[in-house]
Write a protein that binds this ligand. Structure first.
Ligand SMILES: Cc1cc2nc3c(=O)[nH]c(=O)nc-3n(C[C@H](O)[C@H](O)[C@H](O)COP(=O)(O)OP(=O)(O)OC[C@H]3O[C@@H](n4cnc5c(N)ncnc54)[C@H](O)[C@@H]3O)c2cc1C
Length: 346
């Protein structure tokens, strides 16, 4: 399924390392999955994270957590869907209570053409009429003429799922050191560098793509799954969280500052209001933003430099693809396997 030119030439630049100790730097979604699969495979894993356990310094803290390979195929390369489909299996295996109850795409009349374009560019959906939509999400009764239902997509709540993954790393015999800022050069053995945007010292091509979000709270609207609203500039969405919370996301800006602009806030809140006017009465709980780590081609990389393996560039798909990237890294370290599309060996 995955192919790289070096694999085709049969080159293996770094010998597989058996069960050596493994250090992972960064406990965001990329590093958490790496540490988990390596610990479960019997390696002595230490995961270093400069933040405390609340993970507020990570991009992952701000994410939507949608596991949406079919919706994302509208704007992503096919490799993202392939990695994402494999990752859905790994999410299901590891955390069987992950909600896989689908996602919805809706549009207002003025964005009809974009809605039809989205339908053409994606697969894995069926069209619901207004009644079908109301059966699935009673709060949306009478709101939209139709919808696309991506029945097999899932979503996780990043601020709940990261601690769950961290617990599982410890249960598998791994060690996590929070408030531990380390440089890859300080560590011996196999080092898996998952520092996201903070790895720019060694990865100058990395850039941050700013994503802004707002958290609101109301008991006037109930949703069971993410709802994407077609928008001419960004895929805007409303994701239900526990306890009456909803995440509104996300902008995508070529900027590396922090905070949320008035313009973005208006667009995000406007999207929520367009999905349901009762959101106008919701309480704003939080504004925030994160920098998605991206290479120029917006594709992820597993880059091998001697004993350091950098896993980065997860861009807008970290939650979707991190498990599959961890599986590929493990296959390389244990068996020297490089037959995939994302691995680069120096
Ligand atoms: C608003 C928004 C919405 C998003 N929605 C989705 C979505 O719905 N689905 C999806 O799949 N993706 C989504 N993403 C993208 C996703 O969040 C990113 O792809 C992902 O978080 C990147 O994860 P990471 O582990 O590479 O980086 P990070 O989460 O940033 O983790 C890197 C960690 O390394 C730590 N670190 C850095 N330097 C050091 C050091 N020297 N020593 C120790 N620790 C260090 C940092 O503190 C940090 O915790 C969204 C992103 C944003 C901003």
């Amino acid at each position: 399924m995955y192919q790289s030119s070096k694999a085709q030439r049969g080159q293996l630049p770094v010998a597989p390392r058996g069960n050596s100790p493994v250090s992972v730097i960064g406990a965001g979604i990329a590093g958490a999955w790496q540490a988990l699969l390596f610990a479960q495979a019997g390696h002595a894993v230490t995961l270093h994270e400069r933040s405390d356990a609340a993970m507020t310094l990570s991009t992952s803290h701000w994410a939507g957590g949608m596991l949406a390979p079919w919706c994302e195929s509208e704007i992503s390369e096919p490799v993202i869907s392939r990695l994402g489909l494999r990752a859905l299996d790994l999410w299901r295996q590891e955390l069987p209570d992950t909600p896989f109850n689908g996602s919805l795409v809706v549009a207002h009349a003025r964005d009809r053409n974009d809605f039809e374009r989205f339908a053409k560019l994606t697969s894995g959906h069926r069209r619901l009429d207004a009644r079908g939509l109301a059966e699935l999400e009673p709060s949306l009764e009478g709101r939209f003429r139709d919808a696309l239902f991506f029945a097999d997509e899932g979503h996780v709540e990043p601020r709940r799922v990261l601690p769950k993954l961290h617990e599982r790393i410890i249960a598998a015999g791994g060690t996590i050191k929070f408030n531990s800022e380390v440089a890859p050069s300080e560590l011996d053995g196999v080092v898996i560098d998952c520092r996201g945007i903070f790895a720019r010292d060694g990865e100058p091509e990395l850039r941050g793509v700013k994503g802004e979000m707002i958290l609101i709270e109301t008991d006037e609207v109930e949703l069971s799954r993410p709802v994407r609203l077609i928008h001419p500039r960004w895929p805007l969405y409303v994701i239900p969280r526990e306890d009456g919370l909803f995440m509104l996301g996300a902008t995508s800006l070529e900027a590396e500052d922090t905070g949320v602009s008035v313009r973005s806030a208006l667009e995000l809140l406007g999207a929520a209001y367009a999905v349901h006017p009762a959101f106008a009465e919701a309480r704003i709980v939080e504004f925030g933003s994160g920098l998605r780590p991206a290479y120029p081609d917006n594709l992820p990389r597993i880059a091998v430099h001697d004993n350091r393996i950098a896993v980065n560039g997860l861009y807008r798909h970290g939650f979707l693809i991190a498990p599959a990237l961890a599986e590929l890294t493990l296959a390389f370290v244990e068996r020297g396997q490089i037959d995939n599309e994302v691995m680069q060996c120096a």
